[in-house]
Ligand binder design. Sequence first.
Ligand code: KG4
Ligand code: ZN
Length: 333
Amino acid sequence: MYVLAFESSCDETACAVLEMSEDTREIKSNIIASQVDIHALYGGVVPEIASRAHIEAISKITYEALSVAGLTLKDIGAIAVTNGPGLIGALLVAVNFAKSLAFANNIPLVPVDHIKGHVAANYLTHKELKPPFLALVVSGGHTSFFDVKSYTCLEEIASTRDDAAGECFDKIGRVMGLPYPGGHAMDLLSSKGNKDAIQFPSPAISGDTLDFSFSGLKTAVINYINTKRQKGEELNEADIAASFTKTVVNAVRSKIGEALKRTGYKKIVLAGGVSANSHLRQGITEECKKYGAEFYAPHLSLCGDNAAMIGAQGYYEFLEGVRGDEALNAYPS
Ligand code: KG4
Ligand code: ZN
């Protein structure tokens, strides 16, 4: 069956068409209208501007997604849409657009959780991947372990108690004057630095927990930069990026063994925007070898926000009978 999917939870307006069946997971089109250039002027996402930009883009990219797929609405078996979490005004754009299309054309509407969508990006990358497994979602808003019991049942077993890892990459990148959003630039810069140059506090909460706390690490790195600047000392930005990244990667690595033990799985799936980070992928690969666990990560083109991942998750929600009605709303968190 063909699934038409929408995503507008933050700063990407996205529409995709997927062909899904028991043994098919194929992306027919995957269009993203990015607002990064607009928000770069402000150094972060401006919610009101994001909503307006989604409204301007959504009809156009829907035509484009259908036309690249070579299909019309008559061919579509379900419409999937992210209805949370995210920026409420941004989410409502795709939710209402999808609702109108679905009810005007008598097509089933399927609401999809954005985080489940990130995990589902892996189903499109690894055609053989099936739950159950342990998932680690690292994005601009999340740093969490999930017990993925089935395609539709995900139980959060640990999370960050304050900031998310992606948020730290972006804030530190901003303080260092890197292009917005900072994650990708920090990744490249880290490769040029000495990861052992500076000791920063670990965001892994010690003791009998798999939780993280990134706010202390973020503050420590920003204080380090500000102190150096105040003293007029030279900043080695590559060393800062490398040392910060190593601290994040080691914190995540330190929790993997226990997370695998608690769930009893030998399979870990990485997801979310920060899953594009080359050092994180490398670190988890090494850690998984220690435990004889299989490691999966999405194709780089599916790490950030996109609608293909929403379509993949939407298909499995559809099979479970999940439907959105006329009262479908968006939820911010
Ligand atoms: O999942 P995502 O696209 O949006 C949310 O749902 O939050 O994640 C965006 C986050 C941003 O913080 C961005 O800087 C980060 O993912 N990111 C990266 C990399 N590419 C994107 N962080 C570290 N290394 C990267 N290569
Ligand atoms: Zn996301």
